[in-house]
Structure formats: C-alpha cells, structure tokens
Design a protein around this ligand. Structure first.
Ligand code: SAM
Length: 283
C-alpha cells in the first residue's frame, strides 16, 4: 500500500470514517520523497526511534525500514484501525496511544530501547505544539542522540538560527544550550493533505552531552533569556528592566563591567555574553 498516494489515503480514511482534525495538527504527508529522506537523516539500524504523531503511518513505515525499532505515539484513537492495517506487516513497530506531552518518555526509553546504542526522535510534528514538544524533549534531559523533525519553515529558522543573529529568539538560545541544530531541507505546503497555510522544513538537533555554556542557575538564566526577547524592538536594558523589574542602573553596571554597549539588543549577544550578564544580575 502506497501511503503517500492521495487516492490510497482517501480510500483508507473513508473506509474508516476518518475526518481530519485541524486542532490536532493533522496534515498528512503526500509527497513520496519526504519520508525516505527524513528517515535516512534520522536513524540507522543501531538506533531506536520515537515518533510523535504517526497519522496513517507513512513516516513510521520508512523509519521501520531504517531503524532497529520504532515506538510511535499517537493521540488520536480514531487512527487505531487505520494503523492496525497500515502497519500490519511491520515487525519492529510499537504503537502507543496517548499524549506525547504527558507520557513518561524516560520510562518508554528504558523499557523499549534498552538494547540500543542510540535513541532518536523523528516526527512530522503537529504544528500547534512544535516548540513545547521540542523544549519538553530537551529540558527533560532524555538520553536522546538526535531529534529530526518537520516544523513550520519560520519555526525552523528560529530554532536553528545562530545565537547573536537577527533571527534568534529565546527558543534559539534554549536549543543552542542543549543541542546543535541544522536545517536539512524545505518542504512546500502542497506536500501535505490537507495543505497547511505555510511551508515547512526538516531540522535536525544533535543533543549535546553537556550544555553549551556553564550558567550559575539554569532557572535564572532562562528567566533572564525570556525577558531579553520579550520586547524585541527594545534595548536589552529596557526589556529586561520592564519584564523582571530590575533597576536599569543595575543592568547598565553589568553591561559596563562586561564591556558591552548599553544600547545593545538581545539578538546581538552571544551565548557567553547572555550567560555572563545573567550571572551578574542574579549573583
Ligand atoms: N506522521 C504523519 C505524516 O507525516 O503524515 C502525521 C503527521 S501530522 C502533522 C501530526 C500527527 O500528530 C497527527 O496524527 C496527530 O493526530 C498527532 N498528534 C497531535 N497531537 C499529539 C500529541 N499531543 N501526542 C501525540 N500525537 C499527537
């Protein structure tokens, strides 16, 4: 069964009385070249893979060919009969029905992938929770090797931007803290059924063994970073002072001590500079 073929998908979904739910980010891939490319970039036979949101299983099947084992998590139980049919001939796939944001992924990794060298995540993510899923995967410090995901093009550019560039934001800093990132390829909106209003891109994050910088307090650092990018048009002094109610003079003194101009905007700073300012403000 060709799961990237529109007619096949329509027949399959009709036979199971399935209708797309926009609220669950259900845009299924119908471009036959995308899933093989994603699976090849994501894993090999020595890896166990967690997929989030298999839909009808089009990417799942490619992952099953490339990986040692696949555990795929789907929230929408209406897809149970569909996946039972489409994945019937795959032996190395386990489907779990539940919310990927709520399940204990650490436990799943420990029980399902104990014989594997590496565990990776690969998914065409539901767009309504792209950043929360990526941040959950990184912040919960799961023993992951790589995260290869399809996200909206603009989100990809923000997630994989260089810290210190115009495109960077709080999420860029958070990703850089935990991982290195690259955009692998773009995917246009016509590659999906139904087509979304935006184009997409596949990014790959390689999870670092240690964070990219050593901060005194992670909680304070991320509180500071969030404040830094809260009002993008303002200088760092103004946005941080407004958001965290810290005296402007205190922020100015920290910048002077670090030889950073007081007119600086947050997107002009490196990871180390952000870390140094945060350490001085919260010492
Ligand atoms: N992998 C399929 C493909 O590429 O065609 C489907 C991708 S579709 C963009 C996102 C999938 O994620 C849908 O099947 C949706 O039901 C599922 N989903 C949405 N929220 C979820 C959640 N919190 N946990 C697990 N799956 C979720």
């Amino acid at each position: 069964m060709n799961l990237a073929d529109i007619k096949t998908i329509e027949q399959l979904l009709r036979a199971n009385g399935f209708s797309f739910k926009k609220s669950l980010g259900q845009n299924f891939l119908v471009n036959p070249s995308v899933c093989p490319a994603m699976a090849a970039a994501a894993c090999d036979k020595n890896a166990g893979v967690i997929e989030i949101g298999p839909g009808i299983g089009v990417l799942t099947k490619e992952l099953a060919k490339n990986a040692g084992k696949v555990v795929t998590i789907e929230l929408d139980e209406r897809l149970k009969p569909v996946l039972a049919k489409t994945l019937a001939d795959t032996e190395n796939v386990k489907v779990i029905f539940g919310d990927a944001m709520k399940l204990d992924l650490k436990e799943i990794i420990e029980t399902e992938f104990k014989d594997f060298e590496r565990v990776c995540v690969c998914a065409n993510l539901p767009y309504y929770i792209t950043s929360p899923i990526i941040m959950m995967l990184l912040e919960s410090r799961l023993p992951l090797d790589t995260i290869t995901v399809m996200v909206q093009k603009e989100a990809a550019e923000r997630l994989a931007a260089e810290v210190g560039s115009r495109e960077s934001g709080a999420v860029t800093v958070a990703v850089n803290y935990y991982a290195t990132s690259e955009i692998l390829f773009g995917v246009d909106r016509q590659s999906f059924m139904p087509p979304p209003n935006v184009d997409s891109a596949v990014i790959r994050l390689k999870v670092r063994k240690e964070p990219s910088i050593k901060v005194n307090s992670e909680a304070n650092f991320f509180k500071f970073v969030k404040a830094c990018f809260a009002q993008r048009r303002k200088t760092l002094i103004n946005t941080v002072s407004n958001s965290l109610h810290i005296e402007k003079e205190k922020i100015k003194a920290a910048l002077i001590k670090l030889d950073i101009p007081e007119t600086v905007r947050s997107e002009q700073l490196s990871m180390q500079q952000l870390c140094d300012i945060s350490n001085l403000l919260f010492e």
